[in-house]
Design a protein around this ligand. Structure first.
Ligand SMILES: O=C(O)CCC(=O)C(=O)O
Ligand SMILES: [Fe+2]
Length: 323
């Protein structure tokens, strides 16, 4: 699946870009169709909740996302993402766990790639996102939303899971559903930064949502904008520092980022459900039913409504290194 040179490049650089891994027109057709429905349902639900005045059914997918995310004060993005939020989960908190996303997470070619990296006993880590980023101009005058949705601050994925998972071999798989360019907000990576270990992350004061960012001085000078075509896949080491640029184009930037780890290792988000994506040793343990997967998330939502985790964040907001 991967050449020795590719393995070596990942080990040295902390990332590996695989151009043309998927055929976007073919492989993302079901995902796109599913999201037409997700968006339509979200629009109706937001209107029913009184959060938007208009469902904007006449707009194209991308324009509709841009209009509704702004009008709903960011609430739309909960419906589009494939995880629950890190706080404030209630019985009605929306999220998406549908069959096309599930099929992508279990795609045999993708799992072959993951197997080449972490071995054949593969657990789908619940640290996972569908990101449909509207143009930044959709947020004009609404900086909080722009900072939360339109860009991603510098971070390491290991910093987004609890320390119990520090020894876990977690691999990030970033899938470009649309092109990701410098103009529309592609990823930035700091090559070889994974060799420096886990960096301090500080509270990001520009977002009301509690995200933590690596202070700029710790990122270093070497920053690479990784442009991707639709269908390209990027692997990231859990310690590679990365961020994203703002979307300054007129169209959405859409990606799916997934994580996998060997079965039995802590995911770092024990209150969210993962599943066995592939097991050569015990294939009967694989989860193959999208409905069951959605059920796991529904169960997590019920539990989180009653008993939310004390904290998701590793670093205290008043960490002395952040002063
Ligand atoms: O898409 C983005 O802006 C951020 C993606 C990311 O942080 C990841 O894939 O781990
Ligand atoms: Fe990340």
């Amino acid at each position: 699946m991967l050449t020795t040179a590719q393995h070596e490049s990942f080990a040295h650089q902390g990332y590996l870009l695989l151009p043309g891994f998927f055929d976007a027109a073919v492989d993302f057709a079901a995902l796109r169709a599913e999201y037409e429905d997700v968006l339509a349902t979200a629009a109706r639900d937001l209107a029913a909740r009184g959060l938007v005045d208009d469902t904007h059914a006449d707009l194209s997918f991308g324009d509709r996302v841009a209009r509704l995310v702004r009008a709903s004060g960011g609430e739309l993005h909960k419906y589009l993402d494939i995880t629950l939020p890190q706080r404030g989960v209630g019985t009605e908190t929306p999220m998406h766990a549908g069959p096309a996303v599930f099929a992508l997470m279990r795609d045999p070619r993708l799992l072959d790639l993951v197997e080449a990296m972490i071995g054949p006993e593969i657990y789908s880590n619940p640290t996972q996102h569908v990101r449909i980023k509207p143009p930044a101009r959709a947020f004009d005058g609404h900086d909080r939303l722009a900072n939360e949705i339109a860009t991603t601050v510098w971070h390491q994925d290991q910093g987004t899971v609890i320390p119990a998972a520090d020894a876990t071999r977690m691999l990030t798989v970033f899938i470009a559903v649309t092109p990701a360019t410098k103009e529309n907000g592609c990823l930035l990576v700091a090559p070889t930064s994974h060799k420096r270990g886990l960096a301090l992350h500080c509270h990001n004061a520009r977002a009301s949502f509690s995200s933590q960012a690596i202070p700029d001085r710790l990122v270093g000078e070497d920053r690479l904008a990784l442009e991707m075509q639709a269908g390209d896949v990027l692997l990231l080491d859990k310690l590679t520092m990365h961020a994203s640029l703002p979307n300054l184009s007129d169209e959405i930037r859409w990606s799916v980022d997934l994580r996998y780890n060997p079965i039995g290792q802590p995911t770092g988000r024990p209150w969210f459900p993962g599943f066995v994506a592939r097991s050569r040793a015990a294939p009967e343990r694989e989860l193959r039913d999208a409905g069951e997967w959605a059920g796991l998330w529904a169960g997590a939502r019920r539990r989180l409504t009653i008993d939310p985790p004390a904290t998701f964040q590793r670093w205290a907001e008043d960490d002395p290194g952040c002063a």
